[in-house]
Design a protein around this ligand. Structure first.
Ligand code: NDP
Length: 253
């Protein structure tokens, strides 16, 4: 039985990926802050797919909580085959000179420090087994900077650098490392970025067909299931209407 640990499973890409892996018979450890949603998703996974789901609610920004919750995983769940570092967010889209420092700190603490706190607990378990795969959810924002993207783009560029560093440093242990870099994906991402302004969030995905969370989950599943001698180091996927992070979306609908 294979095990995947996914952060940020209470919505979007993380939720779709947990369901995808569970449908294929994987056991899933699912994490996020919103406990009610997480437990509901765990029940759905168990009843619909028959796979086991272990929900762990914690805030990846909190180092102590992250370490305690992950170290509390029962021994029979600790043989983690794939870690998907997915929890992340953007807050605001102001020019840098108008940026909100609290928003900057939230993005840095979640997207960079949270990813490192989680990985620091799990990497030794993979090293001991000389086996494992870390998949880091970066973004096209980790490849290019766009107007108003400033600190969010910086955090995803950091994920890109961490991904490359992990690939080199974990090489001798046979651990695979992959970055998945999506473009516009219709999740709760824009609702969070625009702080609950659902009209603005909706407009981000209207007039063209964005990626759906399932599209990204498919790609993650493909990356995780290559033969043991094959590692996809990085993957960039966008909607057909989006060439990269800078050009405006081509509105087609
Ligand atoms: P969603 O907002 O739908 O999901 C984000 C998930 O991250 C939620 O489950 C949320 O759970 C979790 N999360 C956020 N902050 C924390 C925290 N401090 N501690 C624990 N969990 C946290 O967005 P997406 O599914 O789109 O985002 C997933 C990843 O994909 C992110 O890293 C994002 O940057 C990246 N991405 C998204 C793109 C898009 O267009 N949607 C494009 C490129 C990359 P909870 O709030 O319950 O804690």
């Amino acid at each position: 039985m294979s095990i995947i640990l996914i952060t940020g499973v209470s919505s979007g890409i993380g939720k779709a990926t947990a369901i995808k892996f569970a449908q294929q018979g994987w056991d899933v450890i699912i994490t996020a802050r919103r406990k009610d949603r997480l437990h509901q998703i765990a029940s759905e996974i168990k009843s619909v797919t028959g796979s086991s789901a272990l929900p762990l609610d914690f805030d990846v920004q909190n180092r102590n909580e992250t370490e305690q919750r992950l170290n509390s995983i029962p021994e029979n769940w600790k043989s983690i085959d794939v870690l998907l570092n997915n929890a992340g967010l953007a807050r605001g889209i102001s020019a840098i000179q108008d940026g909100d420092i609290e928003d900057w700190e939230t993005m840095i603490d979640t997207n960079i420090k949270g990813l490192l706190y989680v990985s620091k607990v799990i990497m030794p378990w993979m090293i001991e087994r000389k086996k494992g795969h870390i998949i880091n959810l970066s973004s096209v924002a980790g490849k290019e900077v766009y107007p108003g993207g400033n600190v969010y783009c910086a955090t995803k560029h950091a994920v890109d650098a961490i991904n490359k560093a992990m690939r080199m440093d974990l090489l001798e242990y046979g651990i695979k490392v992959t970055s998945v870099n999506p473009g516009m994906t219709d999740t709760e991402f824009s609702l969070v970025r625009f702080k609950g302004d659902s009209g603005r969030a909706h407009r981000a995905y209207s007039g063209y067909e964005p990626l759906h969370a399932d599209d990204v989950a498919e790609v993650i599943y493909f990356a995780a299931t290559r033969p043991s001698h094959v590692c996809l180091n990085e993957i960039i996927l966008t909607p057909t209407a989006q060439a990269n992070a800078i050009l405006p979306i081509k509105r087609t609908l």
